[in-house]
Write a new protein. Structure first.
Length: 373
């Protein structure tokens, strides 16, 4: 397997011209695209017209190049778009291309591999509950096999995009005599987006052995944050009906020239995690200079979860009281990655309060690098 990653800037939510140039210039074959990950302009909420426009434009471009339908594109690859690009984050997508490379030669040591899977359809009444958790877990297990990863410790990031609740889906559940985990459409602690994101994270934790069976049940979702995944980066939106999973890790079977590493942030201001993730990817950081060490950085990904207590390192902050705190958290993450790496085309999802993504009050962070030969 060979996996390549190409980052493409977007001038508008529906701008896919940079992706089209990859195809036109022969850099990427459309049939090799397995995932498109990125940041779109918009609200970042469950109903986000910017994210939906980007999702639609990507599908339509690939459908035209592959001679198929947009629905078929949705079935054959993974599209993970996080809405809202506040602060210094540049709207963009990263195109993940995977090709069979039987004649390829490993460049030495573990290199990047990627696995793809879609879950079974997730019903509104399953969101935020064991129904979603079990379906995401099964999809992550399929993605592990698809990537050829035998040891879960070789996994450094699992991106999941799952459905969120909407007034329409809540009404659908009610029409069938079912209730939903919440009716809250906000980004608050009891909001639908948070429940969906955390159910996906718990599915990842179970699949990778980060959590035990008896620790995960309906009653602990968004309650017991001692159970978490160190590598899950999950999001949700009204444009999805299934969970789409992109699993990234390293194996010695890969002939890619890329490598991935991760290290969770201990808190929302833990800039040292950038250094830790680079070193996890095999990059030497000299004298703490992460910018110089990031010369070979291809892509960086992180979640930014608002702290549960309204404090950072024991000092009071007002982030939870700020009406725009949801976007502030993403902006903070974008600035942290940009200042530490020199890159503004970074994937930063988040803004929710508390999460099973990363340790309590912490955040998962991963980097994909092209190591010097």
């Amino acid at each position: 397997m060979r996996v390549d990653v190409h980052v493409c800037e977007m001038r508008t939510p529906g701008d896919v011209s940079a992706i089209a140039r990859l195809f036109d210039d022969g850099v990427v074959a459309p049939e090799s695209v397995m995932a498109v990950v990125g940041k779109s302009e918009g609200t970042g909420l469950g109903k986000d017209v910017g994210r939906e426009a980007a999702d639609r434009a990507i599908k339509e471009l690939l459908a035209a190049r592959l001679g198929t339908s947009a629905d078929d594109v949705a079935d054959r690859l993974c599209i993970v778009l996080s809405g809202g690009s506040p602060g210094v984050i540049t709207p963009h997508v990263a195109v993940f291309a995977r090709t069979d490379d039987p004649a390829g030669i490993s460049l030495g040591g573990p290199r990047l591999v990627a696995g793809l899977a879609h879950s079974a359809a997730i019903l509104p009444e399953e969101i935020g509950r064991m129904g979603q958790i079990a379906k995401v877990r099964a999809a992550v297990e399929l993605a592990l096999a698809d990537a050829g990863v035998d040891d879960p410790s070789d996994v450094h990031a699992v991106l999941v995009k799952a459905p969120s609740l909407s007034p329409e889906s809540i009404a659908d559940a009610r029409s069938r005599g079912r209730d939903t985990v919440t009716q809250d459409m906000s980004i608050g602690p009891e909001g639908a987006i948070c429940y969906s994101n955390d159910a996906s994270a718990l599915g990842v934790a179970l699949a990778l052995g980060e959590a035990d069976e008896d620790e995960v049940h309906d009653g602990m979702v968004r309650r017991d944050y001692s159970v978490f995944s160190d590598v899950a980066l999950t999001s949700s939106g009204g444009e999805k009906t299934h969970a789409e999973v992109l699993l990234l890790g390293n194996t010695t079977d890969s002939t890619s020239d890329l490598r991935i590493g991760h290290r969770s942030m201990a808190s929302i201001i833990d800039g040292s995690a950038v250094r830790g993730a680079l070193e996890s990817a095999g990059v030497e950081v000299v004298d703490g200079d992460t910018r110089a060490a990031s010369r070979g950085l291809v892509y960086a990904l992180a979640k930014m979860i608002m702290p549960a207590t309204g404090e950072v390192d024991g000092r009071r902050i007002t982030l939870l009281e700020d009406q725009v705190g949801y976007h502030v958290a993403k902006a903070m993450g974008g600035f942290l990655l940009a200042s530490g790496t020199g890159h503004t085309e970074v994937f930063v999802s988040g803004g929710e309060q508390n999460s099973h993504q990363g340790p309590p009050d912490g955040n998962p962070l991963a980097v994909i690098v092209r190591p010097a030969l």
